[in-house]
Design a protein around this ligand. Structure first.
Ligand code: SAH
Length: 226
């Protein structure tokens, strides 16, 4: 596990122990709300989420809420990050994971503690630049990122053992289905705004087995680059 960012990064803004206590409380909340995987809870306990937010919002970083990160986007709610991560690693830890929607970089940073390599795609260049700077400062070396439309995936690096969408589409983009390895798992919020659900797919030959899970609320999966 990569913990190099630990103390230095946490104290960088003077939060010190407050942040650790706040993270412990957040982990207790997530456990109360059904997150079971100790590996996931451990990562949330050590990951400085306040670094992924503008300073004005960092005091709210350990509430179990989505928060704005600018450009109309949000950092996902911790419960959602924990749940999606748990669903991705439940049936065996994937080695190479593709994430669509880097946003703040928090979900990618969480995944990077648990799998070999995270490939993440973001369509808004300004968000991607910020996230990359954070990964560098935190010395997280196993995230590769790309400014592109996630609907087309990352053909040059496919197949992936797992794929996660952190923006909601109406259906799973075809290109992503094709880039999932045999036995691979895909987790995504699907459906129109107001009635999205978390879905998990598992590939078996040409068949994608589908599980319909919790109702969720995500920003939309859009096309084109900004
Ligand atoms: N994983 C992020 C969540 C960010 S919100 C985090 O932990 O903070 C979802 C992100 O998906 C937004 O940044 C949005 O710009 C991005 N997005 C939406 N449609 C996309 C697409 N087609 N390709 C790549 N990124 C997309």
């Amino acid at each position: 596990m990569n913990t190099l960012y630990g103390t230095a990064a946490v104290s960088a803004r003077g939060h010190g122990m407050t942040s650790q206590r706040a993270r412990d409380r957040l982990v207790a909340t997530l456990r109360d709300e059904g997150i079971k995987d100790p590996r996931v809870l451990d990562v949330i306990r050590t990951m400085p989420r306040h670094l992924f937010l503008d300073e004005a919002l960092s005091a709210r970083a350990y509430e179990n809420n989505a928060l704005p990160i600018g450009l109309g986007q949000t950092i996902s709610q911790p419960w959602v990050v924990a749940r999606m991560t748990e669903l991705l690693i439940e049936q065996g830890t994937p080695k190479r994971v593709l994430e669509i929607g880097t946003g703040s970089g928090y979900q990618a940073a969480v995944l990077a503690q648990l799998v070999d390599t995270v490939y993440t795609i973001e369509r808004i260049e300004e968000l991607l630049r910020k996230a990359r700077r954070l990964f560098r400062n935190m010395k997280i070396g196993n995230i590769r990122s790309r400014h592109d439309d996630g609907n087309i995936g990352w053909p040059g690096e496919a197949p992936f053992d797992a794929i996660v969408l952190t923006a909601a589409g109406e259906s799973m983009p075809r290109a992503l289905q094709d880039q999932l390895a045999e036995g691979g798992v895909m987790v995504a919020p699907l459906g129109p705004a107001g009635s999205q659900r978390l879905m998990r797919f598992r590939r078996e030959g040409d068949v994608l087995h589908k599980e319909e899970l919790e109702p969720v609320s995500f920003v939309p999966l859009l096309g084109g680059l900004v």
